[in-house]
Write a protein that binds this ligand. Structure first.
Ligand code: FAD
Length: 479
């Protein structure tokens, strides 16, 4: 019997993998991963994503080997050519994969499907990444949604409970395996030891994703609605990088949440709040599908003419390094650098400071996140940055500028989060932890804080830069 190639992409798991299940029905399978970052253009995986991918490929390879299969890894510039080579080397009957929705991937996959079929192969694709595909929900007039609430109401009502498929029972490989590379050969790990802290926080791969979901259900689903906004607490799932590379599917998460809520008495509101976050992920894909230039261009075209500030390079560096002198912002940027992840509330605060107080284009922040986030995802990242800037779908109005001091006092009231990531300030009392610049000298001395030396004075005046940002907005609003 001829084998089927299963082309793994961002679905690095065996459970709830419809392409894999489909392929096993018709005979032996050859699991394949093709590394062709050039096909993603400027959105080739960034540094932190590459770190994750390396470890996730190792994990998938290991899981497949336990089931008697290999993972054939190849590297090149053109996935279609690599697939055709593999088909001819293995005499495969066809190729199966799970769909991606980024604009370049969609266009490429369409050509690949057409070409393989014209070659006489089978070419079958499936949805494994989303609860509903990005085109499934439309407004009454057939157009896409621009606001989250009605989008989610319709999606939620249309059913998000499709059961996940279990991993295939029996897996058979071909008689002869084609050659492949080891994950190491892809050179995905950073050349400087920037990833040192990542290992303590993450276990990439399907088993790590499953363990994280179980931990979340047990420890953080109850009270999620309140704790999800507190960056010092482990109040969210931490599933985003696992979801991005498809080590777990949203269907599996919804099914596990439903089972858990039935077994234990989880408050309905906490469950709904959590499911709505998965809804934001769906919304991001919906937006990107209908607005393929969302990563580059503002959905609100007036922002094409926003007067960004000149000479922002030193300010950008300070922001990237977590040396703005504004404690909550610095804590977030350092959390990002150390772990490859940042709490959602703090993402909003650092984004607001960059795009509004410093008036640096949102695309610059988006690019930094792209390189440093382990969960960097084209749809969610670009939606998040446009939301912050106020130029996206369902965005906060531009004039609602986050005040990082108020945000800190509200969501990190005792300063635990700042203390964890900005040790220079650890000994400051809670009263001053978010505003060291206004602490009395005696308090600073007692806490060993030397402002402008070990810890910087603020690089921007929050009040006057807020007014400047509002003035800049008036220019485009009236222009
Ligand atoms: P939980 O609170 O446990 O939520 C569960 C899941 O829901 C997450 O894993 C994620 O898949 C999804 N989710 C939650 N919030 C959002 C949201 N606002 N938008 C889209 N999906 C969401 N998320 C990414 O996955 N990749 C990104 O590149 C990304 N960039 C962002 C950039 C900015 C400027 C902002 C403000 C947000 C960004 N987010 C991004 C969304 C959000 O910050 C992360 O998804 C979340 O912090 C992940 O942590 P968690 O898994 O513990 O989330």
């Amino acid at each position: 019997m001829k084998p089927q190639i299963v082309w793994f992409r961002r679905d690095l798991r065996l459970a709830d993998n419809p392409a894999l299940v489909h392929a096993t029905r018709s005979g032996p399978v050859i699991p394949v991963y093709l590394f062709a970052p050039g096909e993603d253009g400027v959105w080739a995986p960034g540094g932190a994503s590459r770190w994750w991918l390396h470890h996730s490929l190792l994990a998938l390879k290991h899981t497949l080997e336990e089931r008697g299969l290999r993972l054939i890894i190849r590297e090149g510039t053109d996935s279609l050519s690599m697939l055709r080579e593999l088909v001819s080397e293995t005499d495969a009957a066809g190729v199966a994969w799970n769909r991606l929705y980024d604009p370049l991937a969609t266009a490429r996959d369409r050509i690949i499907k057409r070409t393989l079929r014209a070659d006489g192969m089978t070419a079958d694709s499936f949805n494994a990444a989303l609860l509903q595909e990005p085109w499934a929900v439309t407004k009454k007039d057939g157009g896409p949604y621009r606001a989250f609430t009605p989008f989610w109401r319709v999606l939620r009502a249309s059913g998000i409970d499709e059961p996940p498929q279990p991993p295939p029972g029996r897996l058979n490989g071909p008689e002869h395996w084609p050659a492949g590379l080891e994950p190491d050969a892809l050179g995905l790990l950073p050349s400087i030891p920037w990833d040192r802290g990542f290992h303590a926080h993450w276990t990439p791969g399907e088993p790590g994703a499953t363990a994280r979901l179980e931990h979340f259900l047990e420890h953080a689903l109850t009270d999620y609605g309140r704790r999800r906004d507190l960056p010092a607490e482990a109040g969210t799932s931490g599933l985003s990088p696992h979801l991005h590379l498809g080590e777990i599917s949203p269907r599996q998460i919804v099914a596990a949440v439903n089972t858990h809520r039935q077994q234990y008495r989880i408050p309905e509101q906490d469950v709904e709040d959590f499911l709505a976050e998965l809804g934001w992920r769906e919304f991001a894909h919906h937006l990107l599908y209908h607005q393929p230039d969302m990563p580059e261009r503002p959905l609100d075209a007036r922002f094409e003419h926003f007067p960004w500030s000149d000479n922002s390079e030193p300010l950008l560096r300070a922001w990237q390094q977590g040396r703005t002198g504004i404690p909550l912002v610095d804590a977030g940027m350092r959390e990002l650098w150390s772990t490859g992840w940042m709490h959602n509330r703090v993402r909003m605060v650092v984004g607001s400071l960059l795009t509004k107080n410093l008036r640096i284009p949102w695309q610059t922040g988006e690019a930094w996140f792209w390189d440093t986030l382990v969960d960097a995802d084209l749809a969610s990242n670009s939606m998040g940055w446009q939301w912050i800037q106020g130029c996206g779908a369902d965005a906060a109005p531009y004039f609602r500028i986050f005040n990082p001091v108020r945000q800190g006092e509200r969501f990190d009231p005792d300063g635990s989060y700042v203390r964890r990531w900005v040790p220079e300030l650890a000994k400051l009392p809670a009263k001053h932890i978010h505003t060291p610049w206004s602490a009395p000298q005696a308090v600073l001395d007692a806490a060993g804080v030397r402002l402008g030396d070990a810890y910087p004075a603020p690089i921007v005046d929050l009040a006057s830069s807020r007014n400047d940002a509002l003035e800049a907005y008036r220019v485009i609003r009236n222009g």
